[in-house]
Design a protein around this ligand. Structure first.
Ligand SMILES: [Fe+2]
Length: 356
């Protein structure tokens, strides 16, 4: 169930002082409805209580452990299949020459990863779809065509990922508008890198952005993102909000409110981190134009950010992996095979909801 965006008192007229000029990001997108689905005063008796209170939650065992590990094996097959030399049992091959190009944040948005068999397999798992349908109390959903995260342990040739606290929602558009997530595929404990969240940070998001509205903002590729600075992080810490490393088992679904400050850290020990990002919203949050754009992206096997209504198609000029200073010839932007979707998986593309 959704409601239209008419409840953002904090967003009626942003009060910028006359000296403030924020650079306009290259990708500015239309507004989306505030979701009327989580109320902290309600006792749901499940993980929605955690999500409403803390701004994140772990939905345990959405996939059986064996199934999650099989998806992780599929990703290793895929990495080996590039023929560059990576072998899952040979640590000397965990380096750039032997792998597709993966930067230190672990995000793989090129190489067709968005539409690979394992990515669509995870998105289409009935239990994953059911979790989002439960959250929104709505069976008609669309899903993001987003990335996977392949953070290999013991990468000697990459610096550790520094903290990059951000929220994936426009600071001028408050309220709960999106719940992001990933399905975790490998054991992920305190030393294994992964997601850090600022617990409860979603609840002060609107107040925060009113306070920091006039602070200069760093470059961001889209308006639906905000990067926190030391000043803002101190403000949040002074209000008692703490960073939490989210641990998860293979098959757990991790969800967070897009207002919750978060970032990911590199593995510190010997366990790889593999996740498939999954974000779903009711199809009613998308316009027909959104769905038509999403159809075109699906047919081109192109990706977009976590916003399921395809607000932000990936910009190849930003994402093109470079090998020895040139575009990597191993990146065709296509999966090995066009995706084969179940009927339920196909509905997530939004195509069946396009009116003739
Ligand atoms: Fe993010």
């Amino acid at each position: 169930m959704t409601q239209t965006a008419n409840v953002r008192e904090f967003n009626v007229e942003p009060e910028l002082d006359s000296k403030t000029i924020h650079a306009i990001p290259p990708c500015v997108v239309h507004d989306t409805p505030v979701l009327n689905v989580l109320d902290e005063s309600v006792h749901y008796g499940d993980w929605r209580d955690d999500l409403a209170r803390d701004g994140y939650c772990v939905v345990k065992g959405v996939l059986e452990k064996e199934k999650a590990l099989k998806y992780a094996d599929d990703i290793k097959d895929w990495l080996e299949g590039f023929g560059l030399g990576y072998k899952r049992d040979d640590p000397s091959t965990i380096r750039e020459e032997c792998l597709p190009i993966i930067h230190q944040k672990g995000l793989l948005q090129a190489y067709g990863a968005t539409h690979e068999s394992f990515t669509w397999g995870v998105r289409s798992e009935p239990a994953v779809i059911d979790a989002f349908a439960h959250l929104y109390q709505d069976p008609d959903l669309i899903c993001s065509f987003d990335a996977v995260n392949v953070s290999l342990a013991n990468r000697q040739d990459l610096p550790a990922n520094g903290a990059w606290p951000h929220q994936d929602q426009d600071p001028e558009r408050g309220g709960l508008r999106c719940v992001q997530g990933f399905v975790n595929l490998l054991p992920n404990g305190p030393e294994d890198g992964g997601l850090l969240v600022l617990k409860g940070g979603h609840k002060v998001s609107e107040e925060y952005h009113n306070v920091f509205r006039n602070e200069p903002r760093d470059f961001r590729w889209t308006n639906e993102m905000y990067l926190f600075k030391e000043t803002g992080l101190k403000w949040l810490a002074d209000r008692g909000h703490e960073w939490v490393k989210v641990d998860a088992e293979p098959g757990d679904l991790v969800l967070w409110d897009s207002r919750t400050p978060h970032y990911n850290a590199s593995p510190k020990k010997n366990t790889d981190r593999f996740v498939v990002y999954v974000c779903m919203l009711p199809v009613s949050t998308a316009t027909q134009e959104d769905l038509i754009r999403k159809k075109e992206l699906f047919e081109e096997q192109h990706g977009h950010s976590h916003w399921p209504m395809a607000l932000q198609p990936f910009i190849k000029a930003f994402l093109e992996p470079q090998r020895n200073g040139k575009p990597d010839p191993h990146n065709t932007w296509k999966p090995r095979q066009p995706p084969q979707l179940s009927e339920r998986g196909y509905k997530l593309t939004g195509i069946p909801y396009i009116k003739a």
